[in-house]
Design a protein around this ligand. Sequence first.
Ligand code: MN
Length: 271
Amino acid sequence: MLRRRLLAAAFDPLVVGALAAGVSGQVLPAAAEAPLEADVALVDDLVAANHILYDQGVVDGFGHVSVRHDKDPSRFLLARSMAPGLVVAGDIMEFDRDGNAIDARGRAVYLERFIHSEIYKTHPEVKAVVHSHSPAVIPFGVTGVPLRPIYHMSAFLGTGVPVFEIRQASPTPTDMLISNNELGAALARTLGNANVALMRGHGDVVVGQSLPQVVFRAVYTEINARLEGEALRLGEVNFLSGEEAAKASKVDDAILGRAWELWQQQARAKR
Ligand code: MN
């Protein structure tokens, strides 16, 4: 495999051009990065994650999910710019640590890919990222009412989640989008060690150590927000304590494969 890649590189016009430039004493351009073939099962899971998030109401025509590349941890996989519910394996693209497409081949890319690149760069333990405009979380990003775990299924919310204020990250008013590395880096800093960060007037970002885990968390962040909103209308809310959340979170991690299997089968049956 490596041999084949090296042979391919030797005949790559960009590489040959760079070598020629070197021989003639000119400055060598940066080496063209070659795409690395990702594990087929990982790509399949990323396609499934796109469909599940749409089926479960976390994303609509907008929002995206990515996974860290299995062959090179500095890279990640993310669909081309399109509705998540329609993604197929051929739409999955590879990006470098700064959010540049490695194998664009004319495909359009998401404006907010820097959410993913900067989180992977800042948080080595994160293996998968979801960004959405998950509707029930929006009120919690704009009111100062904290989003906290109302039941055991959303124990990963811990003692509450940070809110990203884009006004603090940009000296001039923005269009609210994370459209460059600097804004992505500021969001990644706000996330810190939390599993979820709300984005004021925009949506949220959810991270995990696998696609099934990040999908589970994104779905239950939306459900928790809906239930918490309902509970707040009834009266004072008795949330999980930090200790309860930590313990319940461990159980959820052990059993979330059950939800993934169900959602994946439903997603396949629909398409
Ligand atoms: Mn967005």
